[in-house]
Write a protein that binds this ligand. Sequence first.
Ligand SMILES: [Zn+2]
Length: 233
Amino acid sequence: MLVIKRRSLVILAGFLACFISLVTLLGAYQNLSQKADIDTTFKVVIDAGHGGIDGGVTGVKSGVFESDLNLTVAKKLATKIEDAGMRAVLTRSSSAGLYGTATSSRKKKDLLKRKEIITSESPNLVISIHMNSFPSSTRRGAQVFFNKDSTISKKLAISIQNNLNDLYGIRDYSALSGDYYLLKCSNYPTVIVECGFLTSPIDDELLNTESFQDELCFNILCGIVEYACNDYK
Ligand SMILES: [Zn+2]
């Protein structure tokens, strides 16, 4: 069953009001800028982590590869973002890695390709989807990371983290700074969303359930919308 939290509904209602005024403003601006062919649509790059020979973490109960689950969630999130009137671009849309035909330095080439896609898309923000792991199987919940030198990424991370804390309802995680290549490879607001722990049998089962995936993506969308209305300049 799809459970939509009251807080999410309030955020969505706020977003709709904000979005309508944003659309009105954008419409007027688009009329003015049509001749200059300026794209004024809010664009989100969604990066499904891992792929190809790099399967990432494996589900302790399901045996699912993180790379496959990341792609499933990324595609669902893209649909939700487009349904909300924004544009979504995936860094990968198949199970293949982004290192091409390379037989060496695949990880580096994979990451460089992700950077190339992000840079060429000039998005308003970037969401990288991952699944977490931990030595203890009792650790559960979502964890969002940002680059400590990017104030705007931190705001985006906090917004998404709060919505995912509401979704899990088990403990309040704080968004954390992380020293990851993808967070630093461009100046666009970027976060890594670790959607849950595949080392927890409970999270593993939830993350492989379609209704939970829908809720997860809805809550990430709420976080994006909250950020777009309050912090995006
Ligand atoms: Zn990962």
